[in-house]
Every structure is written in C-alpha cells, then in structure tokens.
Design a protein around this ligand. Structure first.
Ligand SMILES: [Zn+2]
Length: 340
C-alpha cells in the first residue's frame, strides 16, 4: 500500500495486529477449496478420511476412487470452481470498500484465490486439472488406465517445466529463495505425478492377468498318494500353499499344506491325501478366463478361501486356487511390473 510518513504511524498498530492474518487467510482459502472437494465426494457417497493442509496447499483424502467419470470430474472441478467464486466475491467486496487496508487485503486475498484456481487447473496429476483431464479422457475413451497414464505424464511435464523455470529464474534474477521455491514446487509435483504413474502401472500389471496365468504348470495330486509322496512332489514343484486333488481325472478336493501340521510325522507314510483334503462340494467355481482382481473381489464377497477354476473348452484343465496363492501371484506380478 502507498502511504505518507505521517499516516504510517496511524496505520502501523493495525498492521501489526493483522500480521498473523495473511497466512491464516491463505490457509482459510485452501481449506475452503478442500472442503468443496470433500463435500462433493460426500455427495457421491465416497467417504472422506480427513483434510490435510501443508505449506503450499492441501488435500482432501478420499478413501475410494470414484467409479464413474462424471463423479471424478465434479469432485475435481468443484475445487477450482469454488476458489474462483470466492475470489470474485472478495474482489467485489474490495471494490465496494474502495481503498484502505481492508479493501487492499480483500483484493490481495481475491487474487490469491484466483491464482489458486489457475494453478490447480494445470491439466496434469496430481493437480485438480489432471483429474479433470483424466475424467474427460476416461469418459471419451472408457479406458481408465490409459487416461490415468496420460494425466500422470502431463503432470510430469508440468513438474519438469516448474523445475526448469526455477533454474531459469535463478539465472535471470539471482533470487535464490524464489527460484528454490519454484524448483521445490516442481519437485513436489514430479514425485506426486510419478506416484500416480506407478499406481497406474500396478493396476495395468494386474488388469490383463487372468486365472489362466495363475494356474499354469500347476501340480495335481492323486487322492490315494501317501502324504510323504505328496509332500515330496510338492517340494519338487515348488508348491507353497495348496494343490488340487484328482481321482480318475475328476477334481475331488483341495489339499492345503497347512493340514500337514495336524498329522504326527510317524504317520506321514500311511495317511493318504484323501484323508487331509478339503472336498470341493459347495465351493464356488470361476472361469479360467476370469480377471485376477475380479476373482479376489468375488472371493471376498463369497467369503471363500479357495475356489475351483474351470476351463469350459478343456475340462482336464480344472484346478483350485486359494487366496494366499492368488495374493502372492498378484504381488509377484506387481513387483515384476514395477521393476520393468
Ligand atoms: Zn483441489
């Protein structure tokens, strides 16, 4: 603000009492923005864990990802939209008040809110604009995964841009603090965008995996094998959890390694697989072409700890899978995808 030396004495005390305000007003604006996201998520029935404010922004932690593109669009877009609305209101208030400290403060805060909206609408993850971009691509293509990857890549592009901008800024102005800040924002955006990319890769690694991959080269036990022989075969084949039990090419049960603990070692030669297996009657059946993640969700819903896997075209490929094995398999695929 412009002021003569004379009036400075008069203004000074009120400036001092307002000293805490700029940062409080800034965080208030961010809280307003995040509350808008949170309320919209609530409106769509998505639980919001909490709102976190940090040094240059905030985040409304929503527990589940929206299921529909339009939900994602509105949850993301409402944030910048409400910042613009607040910004315009504040500028209007400042215009009504005219000059003076309160008017200038409102004008400053109004501009901050507009800047907040503009920054958040940059179309790359992790910013709201990135979510809006993903929602639009998702709506147009129906491909959630590809849309996520594109929004994360654009996010990395903007993040790299910020880091570069910071360095150019340093070179041109020599202002170390301001340029460091820009680089820091860029670095922050970069790591968040990369995190999204990695999540998308995980999703991608598991998306095309069917049970066919999980039951490849699976050892089948014969129902009248002795426990000792079955254990030898299982260790040779690297079986760690369970195996299907067959009788005359017919699936009759599931043998889980943990059942061995119930049998005294002396009896391992005489006890048969049939004595320890769990029968397959009443166990849910899924197609060999089912999706891995879908199957895990299905098992949760059915409260089943193992399932029968059938191939409609090749009945001899019947097998069983238990939850441990599926989870381990998913984890191995995920690691392999991240390492690639
Ligand atoms: Zn936002």
């Amino acid at each position: 603000m412009h002021c003569h030396a004379l009036c400075r004495a008069r203004v000074a005390p009120s400036t001092r009492s307002l000293r805490w305000s700029p940062s409080a007003l800034f965080f208030g604006s961010i809280l307003w923005h995040e509350m808008a996201h949170a309320l919209m998520a609530r409106f769509y029935g998505l639980p919001v864990r909490r709102i976190v404010l940090f040094i240059f922004g905030g985040v409304a932690e929503i527990e589940r990802e929206p299921r529909k593109a339009h939900q994602e669009f509105w949850i993301a877009f409402i944030g910048p939209l409400s910042s613009v609305a607040l910004g315009v209101l504040l500028l209007l208030g400042s215009w009504l008040l005219g000059g003076g400290l309160p008017g200038e403060a409102l004008s400053w805060l109004g501009q901050i809110n507009l800047a907040l909206a503009a920054f958040n609408m940059l179309p790359g993850f992790p910013l709201d604009g990135g979510r809006v971009l993903r929602a639009v691509l998702w709506f147009l293509t129906g491909n959630h995964l590809r849309s996520t990857i594109i929004a994360a890549r654009v996010g990395q592009l903007f993040a790299g841009g910020f880091m570069l901008l910071g360095m150019v800024q340093w070179f041109l102005t020599g202002n170390l603090f301001a340029s460091f800040w820009t680089v820091f924002v860029g670095w922050f955006l970069w790591s968040a965008a990369s995190g999204h990319l990695q999540l998308a890769r995980t999703e991608g690694a598991l998306a095309d995996i069917t049970l066919e991959h999980a039951i490849q080269h699976r050892l089948k036990l014969n129902w009248d094998w002795s426990l000792v022989y079955a254990l030898d075969m299982m260790s040779l084949h690297g079986v760690r959890y369970s195996a299907p039990v067959m009788r005359d090419n017919e699936l009759v049960g599931m043998f889980a390694l943990e059942a061995v603990a119930r049998v005294p070692r002396l009896n391992w030669g005489t006890v048969r697989v049939a004595n320890l297996m769990r029968p397959v009657q009443g166990v849910p059946t899924v197609s060999i072409r089912s999706d891995l993640l879908e199957t895990l969700r299905f098992m949760d819903a059915e409260n089943a700890d193992f399932i029968i896997v059938r191939d409609e075209q090749a009945p001899e490929r019947v097998s069983v899978l238990d939850r441990h094995e599926l989870l381990m398999f998913a984890e191995r695929r995920r690691r392999a995808a991240l390492a690639a």
